[in-house]
Design a protein around this ligand. Structure first.
Ligand SMILES: Nc1ncnc2c1ncn2[C@@H]1O[C@H](COP(=O)(O)OP(=O)(O)OP(=O)(O)O)[C@@H](O)[C@H]1O
Length: 234
């Protein structure tokens, strides 16, 4: 049975002056689903994410969370409804311990059990007491994902979570995202096609603001138009 969608983005467009950054894109995501959004630079991926998290108001289109209209509502209303985001830019507090970074990120009363669960999920239970500044790049990225999880999201948006990671860390991130999807839907923007291939989920390709292809990774990778876009022929 199909679960009820958490979020529906319907025919979203975003204009910045003369630039149409997002042009009529729709997406529906239900609990447990994972989507990947790919596309060349300037395709509109980040702007679309900004719409889904409430930081950019769409010029036209509707955002429904649990069936209620959210377009134009403030970013904290999206967060309160369970939409969380890990940014590309670092947000870890380097002088705090790993555990304290997670505690700071918790919105509600401190929940030590939830912290312990997140540390286990991240594979970083042994590192709870160390200063975040001493973490390697991959561990820091995972901690940031953990900080987003500390808000107990129902929908987690990840913007290039494997940027700067080697192949092993990238594969660990694939496993981590699969485990996260047991409790939250996940949408990932990613440039690393090996990651997208491994994750093997519903993939959406944006180009010049438009959704030009979607389906399994294999479907979109074989799409002639998508190949042309990536090879710079369009
Ligand atoms: N605040 C803004 N004001 C004006 N134009 C913007 C703004 N934000 C984005 N744009 C433009 O909108 C288009 C889409 O940009 P966006 O950052 O969403 O693409 P992207 O797919 O995330 O690219 P990248 O992979 O490089 O991050 C680009 O032409 C960009 O220059």
């Amino acid at each position: 049975m199909e679960s009820r969608p958490i979020l529906e983005a319907i025919d979203i467009s975003v204009r910045f002056g003369g630039v149409v950054a997002v042009d009529g894109v729709s997406l529906t995501i239900a609990p447990g689903q994972i989507y990947c959004i790919v596309g060349p630079n300037g395709a509109g991926k980040s702007t679309f994410f900004n719409v889904l998290t409430g930081t950019v108001r769409p010029s036209t289109g509707r955002i429904l969370i649990d069936g209620r209209e959210f377009a134009g509502r403030p970013v904290h209303a999206f967060a309160r409804s369970g939409v969380a985001r890990k940014f590309q830019a670092p947000s870890v507090f380097p002088t705090l311990t790993v555990g304290d970074n997670l505690r700071v990120a918790q919105r509600d009363r401190q929940d030590e059990r939830a912290i312990a669960e997140i540390l286990t999920l991240l594979g970083m239970a042994e590192l709870a007491g160390i200063e975040a500044s001493t973490l390697g790049h991959g561990q820091r990225q995972w901690l940031e994902i953990g900080m987003a999880l500390a808000t107990k999201p129902r929908l987690l948006l990840l913007d290039e979570p494997t940027a700067g990671m080697g192949p092993d860390e990238t594969q660990r991130t694939v496993s981590l995202i699969r485990r996260i999807s047991e409790s939250a839907a996940v949408i990932v923007i990613e440039h690393d096609m090996e990651f997208v291939r491994s994750l093997a989920v519903h993939t959406m390709v944006l180009h010049q603001g438009r959704l030009i292809s979607q389906g399994s990774f294999e479907d979109v990778a074989e799409d002639e138009f998508v190949r042309d876009v990536y090879l710079g022929r369009r």
